[in-house]
Design a protein. Structure first.
Length: 343
């Protein structure tokens, strides 16, 4: 989703992705040991503005809404303006840009990305919303079913620009999960639905369980990523004019949550167990590392962070890469953040 200012898989790619942190990308900023903690669970190694306000073969290299590690170790970066970039994992330099479209040739509001085990791309668009499977060259191969209530009103109860933002394949590769950004009309404010699909023998996905997750007051859910142990990293984000962005990283566990696919209205009723979550870090507490901001921010490091990928792991920490969506706006920045997360 494009947040406007006042002025305007998981486990399959872990081993291949460790090269992302083997060497710092161009324009990266490092911090000295012992001064990189955002919280007891999260630290930031560096950030990079290397792609801010750049183009690649005539396509703007920004508006990034999702990240994934491809099978060859390169980084896939999804633009919400209907393009999928392949980036050099070390320098972040674009190597390829593939245009995307729906069945009629119209552009997508592309928000979520999963690279499946066969190399095809599962991409969500929050316009309808929809999830389609694409070939590497951008051809539509399949389209997943979506529950009626998750469709944008008047077809369903979802609000415009508040639907499928996050997309991830759970550990084991058999369950796909998409996170709504905001609550459905009729559900309590802040309670968002996470929809799953189960892989069939034919390789397609059919509707599965649904869960409810309570975002912090005033925040939405722009991204989720599955951890190797079956839990989720959940990114929450908001914007306040004249103040700046709020970005928080949570660890969530859907395994004992109630299946809400048959619950019409989520209003805090008895018997509905929400996904449990634990705050890992409010990114306002990260060291700024010398970052500058083009508009007011509580920490100049912050921007409209929207994409996230788990790129590797050490013995006790995940390597997590975040990216901000600059909305092609002069007062926002395309920025990559290299984190280490202990779960």
């Amino acid at each position: 989703m494009r947040l406007r200012t006042v002025l305007a898989t998981a486990t399959a790619g872990l081993a291949a992705a460790t090269c992302l942190t083997a060497a710092g990308p161009a324009n990266a900023h490092a911090t000295s040991p012992g001064r990189h903690a955002c919280s007891p669970s999260v630290s930031i190694d560096r950030f990079s503005d290397a792609l801010d306000k750049t183009t690649y073969e005539g396509t703007f290299a920004g508006n990034f809404s999702a990240l994934a590690v491809d099978g060859d170790g390169s980084l896939a970066a999804l633009s919400d303006r209907s393009s999928l970039f392949s980036l050099n994992a070390r320098t972040l330099a674009p190597k390829k840009a593939v245009p995307l479209a729906d069945e009629s040739g119209a552009a997508l509001d592309s928000e979520g990305l999963v690279i499946d085990r066969d190399g095809t791309r599962l991409i969500s668009s929050e316009t309808e919303p929809s999830i389609r499977r694409y070939s590497r060259d951008g051809r539509i191969l399949d389209r997943l079913p979506v529950p009626d209530e998750l469709l944008v009103a008047p077809a369903g109860r979802a609000v415009s620009n508040g639907t499928f933002e996050g997309l991830t394949l759970l550990s084991g590769g058999r369950t796909l999960l998409a996170s709504m950004e905001y609550a459905l009309t009729g559900d309590s404010a802040g309670i968002v639905r996470f929809q799953t699909w189960n892989r069939t023998k034919g390789g397609h996905f059919e509707l599965g369980r649904q869960y409810a997750y309570r975002a912090d007051t005033g925040l939405g859910v722009p991204e989720v990523q599955a951890t190797p142990d079956g839990r989720l990293l959940v990114l929450e984000r908001g914007f306040t004019a004249g103040v700046g962005n709020t970005v928080r990283l949570h660890l969530a566990d859907p395994r004992r949550a109630t299946d809400t696919s048959g619950v019409e209205k989520l209003t805090g009723q008895d018997g509905v167990r929400l996904i449990k979550k634990t705050l890992l870090a409010d990114l306002v507490t990260c060291p700024s590392l010398g970052a500058t901001a083009k508009q007011p921010q509580p920490n100049p490091l912050l921007d409209n962070i929207e994409g996230m990928a788990i790129t590797g792991r050490t013995s006790d920490r995940l390597k997590v890469l975040l990216v901000s969506d600059d909305n092609q706006n002069a007062v926002q920045t395309t920025r990559f953040y290299f984190l280490r997360v202990r779960i």
